[in-house]
Ligand binder design. Sequence first.
Ligand code: NAD
Length: 177
Amino acid sequence: MKEKRGLLIGRMQPVHKGHISVIQETLKEVEELIIGIGSAEKSHTESNPFTGGERILMLTKALREYDIDPSRYYIIPLEDISCNSLWVGHVKMLTPPFCKVYSGNSLVQQLFEEGEIPCIQPSLFNRTEYSGTEVRRRILNDDDWQSLIPESVVKVINEIKGVQRIQKLNKKEISEL
Ligand code: NAD
């Protein structure tokens, strides 16, 4: 029998095909999935170029592109807090009730396990390519980044001039060189 509701948290900087695969696989195990957009307050840095709102837009469009039933997921922005020991309570306050967490991030696993909420490590799909770091690296170097992410996310990145943003964020001030 499927578990009622699970939680998956990711920064999704940006949403890539690995995120879509893990969401599709997890939906085989749970009736509903809460997808938390982590570090929602962060943007305009080299490792977090996109705003929480832009990542919500990417994920909404990508899940529609992959025909994932919208009645089966909730997308919730989750801001970071400075106290790791209080984070699980913070996440619980902002999300619908859930009985299991899906994450490959070891800190996320540790915090939920200490909070007595089971945490599953999902399998990784083509992790060398399907990773936010790799997508951002390719955008910066003008390599093929488009094949790593859903087409609808390519459109969002173009709409918000994401390529120019990442390239500008990487430019160092002369004083920093
Ligand atoms: P991420 O976008 O790198 O990955 C999210 C999840 O997607 C991973 O756990 C993994 O399960 C899955 N995934 C990624 N690539 C995949 C692939 N190729 N194939 C299959 N699955 C894949 O996000 P993350 O860094 O794990 O996000 C954790 C968030 O939790 C961060 O925003 C972090 O700041 C937040 N956090 C906050 C606190 C705090 O505020 N104190 C504490 C802990 C964690």
